[in-house]
Design a protein around this ligand. Structure first.
Ligand code: CU
Ligand code: CU
Ligand code: CU
Length: 486
């Protein structure tokens, strides 16, 4: 075999073809000192753990060690030795008990992102800190009317969240429908990103990357690089897509196939909506129906302009959340299957636009260059209402059983995806214009120099929890605050 020139290697690497070209020789070529993954393997899914008789008990051990990423041996974080961790499947009304074992060298904890469960005690309590070598027993009780949908889990130990999630700690949670939808199969697709050096170790982000929100060079589906999978013509698949990236937004397309969106986060639409593409901010999930048409289609992640500063970022000025290209390949082949029954229409979910409001709050995001003592590790300060996170300060107190309207004002030049724990938000206005359908999400993107208004029904759960920017570097740098419901 003729040696490959550096120039050709760079070209092939840029095209994502390098590992295919040299795969037979078993050589790990590197581009800019980065690991080149083995692409095109058969899609694998994380192990599934399912509740039985209303209970799911799992042990999740967070550890750093050898695992497989993009078909290569790497050294990163994982739950139970895999990236992503196991998929937890629950039903409304279930109890979930997680024994979290911390085998990391830093403290950690667990957040069940999007689940409507208590934030107190050993529930979804982000103030818990599990020290290295220690174990913590979480106990979550899902209400009987918990919305079905796709959720996820990840660490939430301030201020280590970006390092731990980017390093590999995340997994999917599915809350099943009371009646299964007529589909041929379901797939869980966890999209994440990471940067690995040639030896397969996680490369720490630069100061600038922290300020913008770190984005990995490798964008993975279920820990794999451009995996391949197949379906037969006419089959209807239900894809549960999680954007587990620490900061990256993705715009997903699957040209040549029919896409019907069931909902984003926990907000199922009454009827599926035909779409061409889906934009997921970090933390968002999509519940998507794919009706297979003969041919080969590429799941692509295209760029999203989430702003920038000082000429960094934005689709014109830089590479922040730019085009990734192919994420996976779907080959539709074989004999067509008989047509499936239509997806039943859901009874309309509650619409908070008609609700009586107990309060209106304005939250103002801020961002500046290291003024005063609160310099973030990225060289910038990130604030909500002029303050950085303080776990001992309660920023908002809400009355249980009321509905409030919140306007998030973002005067900064970057988008910030706003996440509230426990209670979903219904988007009622964007940039001052009313939204005229029901959209319920737990991560709501607030575009640069714009604002978004949501309504929240503070039901059921007393206690203290948080709201924050889901660009995890911003959260770690202080763009988070405390809410108490009582
Ligand atoms: Cu999250
Ligand atoms: Cu942010
Ligand atoms: Cu959070």
């Amino acid at each position: 075999m003729r040696p490959i020139s550096r120039r050709l290697a760079l070209q092939l690497g840029g095209l994502g073809l390098l590992s295919a070209a040299v795969g037979g020789a078993g050589v790990t070529w590197t581009r800019d000192g980065l690991l080149v993954p083995r692409a095109g393997e058969q899609l694998a899914e994380p192990e599934t753990m399912r509740s039985e008789d209303g209970l799911l008990r799992v042990r999740l051990a967070a550890a750093e060690g050898a695992l497989t990423i993009g078909g290569r041996r790497a050294n990163a974080y994982g739950y139970n030795g895999t990236l992503p961790g196991p998929t937890l499947r629950l039903r409304p009304g279930d109890r979930l008990q997680v024994e979290l074992v911390n085998r990391l060298e830093s403290p950690t904890n667990l957040h069940v992102h999007g689940l409507r469960v208590s934030p107190a005690d050993n529930g979804d309590n982000v103030f818990v800190s599990v020290q290295p070598g220690q174990t913590f027993a979480y106990d979550y009780r899902l209400p009987e009317d918990h919305p079905p949908g796709v959720y996820w889990y990840h660490p939430h130990r301030h201020p280590l969240v970006a390092d731990q999630v980017f390093g590999g700690l995340y997994g999917a949670i599915v809350v099943e429908d009371p009646d299964e939808l007529p589909v041929s199969r379901e797939r869980v697709l966890v999209v994440s990103d990471i940067t690995l050096d040639a030896a397969g170790r996680v490369r720490p982000p630069s100061r600038t990357a922290r300020m913008m929100g770190r984005e990995g060079e490798l964008v993975l589906v279920n820990g794999q690089a451009r995996p391949m999978f197949t379906a037969r013509p006419g089959e209807r698949e239900r894809w549960r897509i999680v954007n587990a990236c620490a900061a990256r937004y993705v715009r997903l397309r699957l040209d040549g196939q029919q896409l019907d969106l069931l909902g984003i986060d926990s907000g199922r639409y009454a009827e599926p909506r035909r779409v061409e593409e889906i934009v997921l901010a970090t933390g968002n999930r999509a519940d998507l129906l794919v009706t297979a048409t003969e041919g080969t289609s590429t799941l692509e992640a295209l760029g999203v302009d989430r702003g920038g500063m000082f000429g960094i970022g934005g689709l014109r000025g830089g590479s922040v959340s730019g085009d990734v290209g192919p994420l996976a390949t779907l080959r539709v082949t074989g004999a067509a299957v008989p047509e499936l029954p239509a997806v039943p229409v859901l009874p309309q979910s509650p619409d908070l636009r008609a609700a009586e409001l107990a309060a209106h709050r304005r939250l103002v995001f801020g961002m500046g260059m290291g003024m005063g003592g609160g310099m973030g590790r990225g060289g910038a300060t990130f604030t909500i209402d002029g303050a950085q996170f303080d776990r001992d300060r309660v920023d908002q107190t809400v009355a249980l059983g009321t509905v409030e309207e919140w306007t998030m004002v973002n005067p900064t030049p970057m988008d910030h995806p706003f996440h509230l724990h426990v209670w979903p938000m219904q988007i009622v206005a964007e940039a001052g214009r009313a939204v005229n359908d029901v959209r319920r999400q737990d991560v709501v993107n607030v575009p640069a120099r714009s604002e978004v208004t949501v309504r929240i029904a503070f039901e059921e759960f007393a206690g203290r929890t948080v709201y924050h920017c889901h660009i995890l570097d911003h959260e770690d740098d202080g763009m988070m605050a405390v809410l108490e419901a009582r």
